[in-house]
Ligand binder design. Structure first.
Ligand SMILES: [Zn+2]
Length: 428
């Protein structure tokens, strides 16, 4: 991905650094060739050269670009299971996924970690974004996901005579789990996404208290993936599934819904980040009836919502790490609404704005393994920056509105935001 050339100075804004430090009023951020050279109070800022480009934050907020840590680029208004795997051919899903990536960037998400993708679309999207062929967040790719036979993601019944080839590698036993990971190695996957547990969405056979992989299968996934320098994550609702994932050596936990003392202790000892992706549960409860979800499914989502919120509060309270991501791409939780997750964590779960922003920036970058390059505003880092109209710390819901984003910079280049309407700032 190209970096900007020359010097840019962002002035007249409140600096939120991504570390959770007290915001700095009347701050300046200076960039040279796409890297941050100064971030701090204007009084202490070095003199900028007269030919520097300038961006006026208009008294608003200057903060790191957001990281969507549980992103499904190939999901598109999924209302029924078939929408996930067999509704469209791969060609069309690829175009939809590219559009979702562009939208995510326009929403202020300068980086995203895939939480699973149809075929290898995210692997190739990552390349297209890095090669500046399409715009989108810096991606970490997951490719196809792994689930035990008969588990949450094995929904096509035998009579259909189709498997889950496009989305899921189904495994029976440790040997097949190893083989599935080996298949992903050569496809360019960085994160192996697995399904240790079920979900409230599948109440009859694979609800949120059901296990969908054995410990042996999970251990085989981890040892094979780690051998090839890949990381492993998993959809973990049930307590036993969280425990298995932590003991097997998972690198992150998706959802981490029903934590108990033992799993919390294990999580903290190993400093494993959790990505709750929790607003989806509230959206499912509130909008489920109009989409025909059964009462049992809605009740399950309510239980998940409450359990997940309590677990997130516990993890934060004890100094654990949380990433913000949201499973966006369902009919009742569409792409473009990513920042709802942040408002939800403030309004419903009870985090402060600064805590939530740190989760959505610094921790997101750490999860992706690029915490040394992006995620905070400090000297030497790549200038992935948002300039927002208004005080985000006072009202985090500003981030939900694209028209409040003055500039979305990636590598110092303004890729989206209101200022791109101005010719001076057109993408260079
Ligand atoms: Zn997901």
């Amino acid at each position: 991905m190209k970096l900007a050339q020359g010097i840019t100075v962002i002035t007249n804004g409140r600096l939120v650094d991504g570390h959770g430090n007290t915001p700095v009023d009347d701050a300046v951020v200076q960039l040279q060739d796409g890297l941050i050279t100064y971030a701090g109070p204007s009084l202490e800022a070095p003199q900028a050269s007269p030919d520097a480009r300038s961006i006026d934050a208009q008294g608003g907020t200057i903060m790191p670009g957001l990281v969507e840590a549980h992103f499904h680029p190939t999901y598109f208004n999924v209302a029924i299971l078939e929408d996930l795997d067999i509704k469209y051919p791969v060609e069309y899903v690829t175009l939809l996924a590219a559009a979702n990536c562009r939208l995510a960037l326009e929403c202020g998400y300068t980086a995203a970690r895939s939480g699973g993708s149809l075929f290898n679309i995210d692997v190739w999207l990552k390349k297209a974004i890095e090669d500046d062929l399409v715009t989108g967040p810096r991606l970490a790719a997951s490719g196809r996901e792994i689930c035990g036979v008969g588990g949450l993601m094995d929904w096509n019944p035998e009579f259909r005579k189709i498997g889950m080839e496009g989305l899921i590698l189904l495994v029976n036993g440790a040997e097949q789990a190893r083989a599935a990971v080996r298949q992903l190695v050569k496809d360019g996957v960085e994160w192996v996404k697995t399904y240790p547990t079920g979900d409230a969405a599948a109440p009859d056979t694979n609800d949120h208290h059901t296990l969908c992989m054995t410990f042996e299968e999970m251990e085989a996934v981890v040892s094979t993936a780690h051998n090839h320098s890949m990381k492993v994550t998993g959809h973990c609702r049930a307590t036993e599934g969280i425990r298995n994932a932590l003991l097997a050596g998972y690198d992150t936990i998706e959802h981490g819904t029903f934590m108990n003392q033992e799993t919390l202790d294990l999580l903290l000892q190993r400093d494993i980040p959790v990505i709750p992706a929790l607003y989806f549960e509230k959206a499912s409860v509130e909008k489920g009836p109009e989409w025909g979800l059964s009462q049992r499914v809605i009740d399950g989502h309510q239980e998940t919502l409450e359990g997940g919120a309590e677990s997130a509060r516990l993890i934060l309270k004890h100094g654990g790490r949380l990433g913000m991501g949201g499973d966006y791409g369902f009919a009742w939780n569409p792409h473009g609404d990513y920042a709802r997750e942040l408002s939800f964590f403030v309004d419903y779960v009870g985090f402060t704005s600064l805590e939530t922003i740190t989760c959505a920036t610094r921790t997101g970058a750490e999860i992706m393994g690029i915490g040394d390059q992006v995620g905070t505003l400090e000297v030497g880092k790549i200038a992935d920056i948002l300039v927002v109209d208004g005080d985000v710390v006072a009202d985090i819901s500003l981030l939900e509105h694209q028209d409040r984003l003055l500039a979305v910079l990636q590598g110092g280049i303004i890729k989206a935001g209101q200022l791109t309407m101005n010719e001076t700032f057109a993408v260079q």
